[in-house]
Design a binder for this molecule. Structure first.
Ligand code: T4K
Length: 400
C-alpha cells in the first residue's frame, strides 16, 4: 500500500519563475515608481502577447471574470445567450452581471463542450449570442458553432479561460469566433498571478475595451463612457511576461504527466480518460480529467475523491455541481434536460497536474487509485487494501 504523501498534492500549483528572476524584474518596477495604469511593463507584456497571438486585437485585464463582463457590456448584449452549465461559475456570472438570461444547453460526452445541435434547438427571437467554453482546453466544435452563429446572425463568444497555448490548424484558439476570453489566474498553466485577456476579430473593439477597463477616461478632462476599473497592474504584467518565457517548457512537462497518467490508469477498471483532441489541435494539457464509472470502479467518484484525501491528494470535482444547480440559477427555467452534463458532472474528477509534479509522484497517485479501487486486481490478481488509516473511512467505502 502506498504511503500518504508527506505534503499535500493539490490539483494544481502555479508555475513560478525563480525569485532571483522575479526580483530583477521588480527592481525595474521599483526604479520606475510606476505600479499600474498602463505602465511600461504592461505595455511590454501586451506587445509580447500581440507577437505570440499574431494580432493587435487584444486587451489585458486584472482578471478573466471582469474581462468577460466587460466584453458582454462593450458588445451591448442583452436578451438570451446560449451557454454551457459545465463550467466555472464565472462564465454565467458574467452574463448575469450584464442582465442577460443564460440559456443552458447540453454538452457532448466526448470533450464536454457545447453540443451544436442543442445550441441550434435553443435559439429564440431573443437570442443574441452563443457563449461556449473550451473546457479543460478542449476546443469546442468551432466550425459547427460558427455555421450556426452565421446562419442565425448571432455573436460567437468563447470562454477560453483554460485554453492558453492551444492552437487548431496552426491558428491560436483565440482567433476563432468573434471574441475569446483567457484567464491568467494563478491556477492556470499560463498566469500573471491574476489576470485576463480579451482577443477579438473586430479591431474597433480595442479602444472600447480600453475605455471600459479604465473608467471611460479619454484624458484628464474627458470621460466618454461609464467604465469601471479592471486594469492589470505592473506586478501582474511582470509575472505574466516571465511565465510566458517558460510556456513551452511548462506545456511539454504537462504532456509527460498526461502520458504517465494515461499509461498507468488504463488498467484500472472504471477509470475513463477522455481521448486527446484530434491531430490538428495542439493541446495545452491544462487539466487531467477522468470519469469514474461507479459500478466498474467499485465505488463512487465522491468516495474516491474523499479516499484520495487520506493519501494527501486533493483532486477536484471540476465542474460539480453544474452551474445550473447553484442556488442563484436554480430558478431559471431550463428546457434542455442536460442529461450529458449531469452525467459528466456526477462522474468527473480532475487529477493533479502541474509542471513541478514529479513523474514518480504521478505514479504514486495512480498507485493510490489502484489501491483504493475495490475492483483492481493488481499484478498478482488479488484485490488490494484500501486506505492508509481506516479510522476515517466513510461508511460508503468497503475495506477488503
Ligand atoms: N471561466 C472559466 C471556465 C474558468 O475556469 C475561470 C476560472 C473563469 C472563467 C474566471 O477567470 P478568473 O476571473 O479566475 O481569471 C479556481 C480559480 O480561482 C479560477 O480562476 C478557475 N477558473 C477555477 C477553475 O479554479 P478554485 O476555487 O478551485 O481555486 P482554489 O483556490 O481552490 O485553488 C485550487 C488549487 O490550486 C488549490 O487547492 C491549491 C492551488 N493553488 C491555488 C492558488 C490560488 C495554489 O497552489 N496556489 C494559489 O495561489 O477556483
Amino acid at each position: 500500500m502506498p504511503k500518504p504523501f508527506e505534503q499535500p498534492i493539490y490539483v494544481t500549483r502555479p508555475f513560478l519563475p525563480s525569485l532571483d528572476e522575479f526580483s530583477k524584474g521588480l527592481q525595474e518596477i521599483w526604479t520606475n515608481g510606476w505600479l499600474t495604469n498602463n505602465g511600461p511593463v504592461l505595455q511590454r507584456f501586451q506587445k509580447e502577447l500581440c507577437h505570440y497571438f499574431d494580432t493587435e486585437n487584444l486587451c489585458l485585464f486584472n482578471n478573466g471574470t471582469l474581462a468577460l463582463q466587460i466584453a458582454l457590456q462593450g458588445l451591448r448584449l442583452s436578451g438570451e445567450v446560449i451557454t454551457t452549465p459545465f463550467t466555472f461559475v464565472a462564465t454565467t456570472h458574467a452574463l448575469y452581471w450584464n442582465k442577460i438570461r443564460p440559456v443552458f444547453v447540453d454538452i457532448e460526452l466526448e470533450h464536454y463542450t457545447l453540443d451544436p445541435a442543442k445550441v441550434e434547438a435553443a435559439i429564440t427571437p431573443w437570442t443574441t449570442a452563443i457563449l461556449a467554453v473550451h473546457v479543460y482546453g478542449y476546443p469546442c466544435r468551432l466550425q459547427e458553432l460558427a455555421d450556426i452563429a452565421r446562419r442565425h446572425k448571432l455573436l460567437l463568444l468563447y470562454d477560453a479561460a483554460h485554453a492558453f497555448g492551444v492552437t487548431v490548424d496552426g491558428r491560436s484558439i483565440g482567433s476563432y469566433g468573434d471574441l475569446s476570453m483567457f484567464s491568467f489566474h494563478a491556477t492556470k498553466l499560463f498566469h500573471s498571478l491574476e489576470g485576463g485577456m480579451l482577443m477579438f476579430s473586430n479591431p474597433n473593439l480595442k479602444k472600447l475595451f480600453d475605455y471600459l477597463k479604465n473608467f471611460g477616461f479619454e484624458n484628464e478632462l474627458e470621460v466618454v463612457m461609464a467604465g469601471t476599473n479592471a486594469k492589470m497592474n505592473e506586478v501582474q504584467a511582470l509575472l505574466g511576461l516571465q511565465v510566458l518565457g517558460h510556456l513551452e517548457g511548462i506545456i511539454s512537462r504537462r504532456k509527460q504527466i498526461d502520458a504517465t497518467y494515461r499509461s498507468r490508469l488504463a488498467s484500472i477498471p472504471g477509470v475513463q480518460i477522455p481521448s486527446l483532441p484530434a491531430d490538428n489541435v495542439r493541446y495545452n494539457y491544462a487539466y487531467f480529467p477522468v470519469e469514474i464509472d461507479e459500478q466498474a470502479f467499485g465505488m463512487s467518484r465522491d468516495a474516491l475523491y474523499a479516499a484520495l484525501q487520506k493519501y494527501n491528494v486533493f483532486a477536484r470535482r471540476y465542474f460539480y455541481p453544474l452551474v445550473s444547480d447553484f442556488a442563484c440559477y436554480r430558478s431559471l427555467s431550463i428546457n434542455d434536460p442536460l442529461a450529458a452534463a449531469k452525467r459528466v458532472s456526477r462522474r468527473i474528477l480532475t487529477l493533479p497536474i502541474y509542471d513541478a509534479l514529479a513523474l514518480q509522484d504521478v505514479e504514486r497517485i495512480c498507485e493510490c487509485i489502484e489501491t483504493i479501487c475495490p475492483n483492481f486486481k493488481g499484478k498478482n490478481g488479488s484485490a488490494k487494501t484500501l486506505l492508509p488509516d481506516d479510522r476515517h473511512v466513510s461508511p460508503e467505502l468497503t475495506i477488503r
